[in-house]
Design a protein around this ligand. Structure first.
Ligand code: DMJ
Length: 461
């Protein structure tokens, strides 16, 4: 009966978007109109439709899936004068379209994914081949975020293209996508890493690191995730990726992972030789990543990494449990008597993010410890109580306030990830088994590839 709760939530999110935001990127559930941010550019690209498709499919909401397919077929157009985030468009649109294609077999999704990928390729025209953060879909002109250290590209952005691009080469027989991402990998392999850590910033003109900040949360997170998943999606043949992952997490464990006075394991951030004892909600995905990477780990430390995953899941649950709304803050500290609690006002919000529930789901799959379902159910009830409004679901600005105010955004990843991971947490393991499927960082499932069947090689380019 639990799954009906998630179906109901998905319907509520989708129906309201359908009614008030259709075709826009996201929904403002209180103002009841469309919403967008600069990551999607200035064009209506139906981000919520593309991001939600595979969740609709998996939940058996076939009428809604067909509505989405029809919109994509008729309206999704990439020849627009719009500057988009290469990373966001890759993980949400290309990932979403590819997953919809693999699940449903409908050619339109593959065709759209390939068209869009063609529009992203000019972003790689930099002196180093490290792509720009943004690209204009029409002109192909790229540039970086003004706020990023010294004109740098971001590790979690250019390092989170691999899965989708390898699939594109696999499906088209064209090595161009594969070559782009392998070039990034080769370049990273050649670089010195301070303390074995990858800084978050890399200048695409000079090929040098920007500021020496390292994070397993925002700006770094999915780079590490994609090293592990590159290995998994290659049917464990891409041992180069596995080695890079093992090296990276060994350095992370040594320099970034600590236990608080109260015994909570946390992952801090490294800033110019100093450990900041703060963890982001985004970082909470790492519990699931450690568990997923346990099997096949170096020196057979599977038990160790599963335990580490469990400890991170516990810490992140505490970050929820220590709030008034039982929803986790954006960032929380472990300093001066503070444990897993947000300190600054601008870190107290919850914007329907999935990472903690994602980790509960992976931990559930690997351990079947019922506490993960309990924790997932607690989060579900809190979301339904505090984030549900009559026009959809909204983020809240302060999880410590008993009278929260809304941010009035229904994020597309709420439908792509949060509701999908909840649904999977309460479903049987034979729904998308992890031996056959690898989830991209936006929770879009892509099948394990048998690369010996591929029609292209690196040398062909
Ligand atoms: C999603 O777009 C992806 O999970 C990404 O990797 C991180 N941020 C959001 C969700 O919080």
């Amino acid at each position: 009966q639990y799954v009906y709760q998630f179906l109901n939530m998905m319907k509520h999110a989708w129906d309201n978007y359908r009614q008030y935001g259709w075709g826009h990127n996201e929904l403002k559930p209180i103002a009841r109109k469309g919403h967008s941010t600069n990551i999607f550019g200035n064009s209506q690209m139906g981000a919520t439709i593309v991001d939600a498709l595979d969740t609709l499919y998996i939940m058996g909401l076939h009428d809604e899936f067909r509505e989405g397919q029809e919109w994509i077929d008729k309206n999704l157009d990439f020849s627009v004068n719009s500057e988009v985030s290469v990373f966001e468009v890759n993980i949400r649109f290309i990932g979403g379209l590819l997953a919809a294609y693999y699940l449903s077999g409908q050619e339109v999704f593959k065709i759209k994914a390939v068209q869009l990928a063609g529009k992203l390729l000019p972003a790689f025209n930099t002196p180093t081949g490290i792509p720009w953060a943004m690209v204009n879909l029409k002109s192909g002109v790229g540039r970086n975020w003004g706020w990023a250290s010294a004109g740098s590209s971001i590790l979690a952005e250019f390092g989170t293209l691999h899965m989708e691009f390898v699939h594109l080469s696999y499906l088209t027989g064209d090595p161009v996508y594969y070559n782009k991402v392998m070039h990034i990998r080769k370049l990273l392999q050649k670089m010195d890493r301070p303390n074995g850590l990858y800084p978050n910033y890399l200048n695409p003109r000079t090929g040098r690191w920007g500021q020496h900040h390292t994070s397993v949360g925002g700006l770094g997170d999915s780079f590490y995730e994609y090293l592990l998943k590159a290995w998994l999606m290659s049917d464990k043949t891409d041992t180069e990726a596995r080695k890079m992952y093992d090296d990276a997490i060994e350095a992370i464990e040594k320099h970034l992972i600590r236990k608080s006075n109260g015994g909570l394991t946390f992952i801090g951030e490294w800033k110019n030789g100093h450990l900041e004892r703060k963890m982001g909600h985004l970082t909470c995905f790492a519990g699931g990543m450690f568990a997923l990477g346990a099997d096949g780990s170096r020196d057979d430390k599977a038990g160790h990494y599963l335990q580490l995953g469990a400890e991170i899941a516990h810490t992140c649950h505490e970050s929820y449990d220590r709030t008034t709304l039982k929803l986790g803050p954006e960032a929380f500290k472990f300093d001066g008597g503070v444990e897993a609690v947000a300190v600054r006002q601008n870190e107290k919000y919850y914007i329907l993010r999935p990472e903690v529930i994602e980790t509960y789901w992976y931990m559930w799959r690997f351990t079947h410890d019922p506490k993960y379902r309990q924790w997932g159910w607690e989060a579900t009830q809190a979301i339904d109580k505090y984030c549900r409004v009559s026009g959809g679901f909204s983020g809240v600005k302060d999880v410590y306030s008993s009278s929260p105010t809304y941010d009035d955004v229904q994020q597309s990843f709420f439908l792509a990830e949060t509701l999908k991971y909840l649904y999977l947490l309460f479903s049987n393991d034979d729904l998308l088994p992890l031996d056959n499927w690898v989830f991209n960082t936006e929770a879009h499932p892509l099948p394990v590839l048998h690369l010996q069947e591929r029609k292209w090689t690196l040398e062909e380019s």
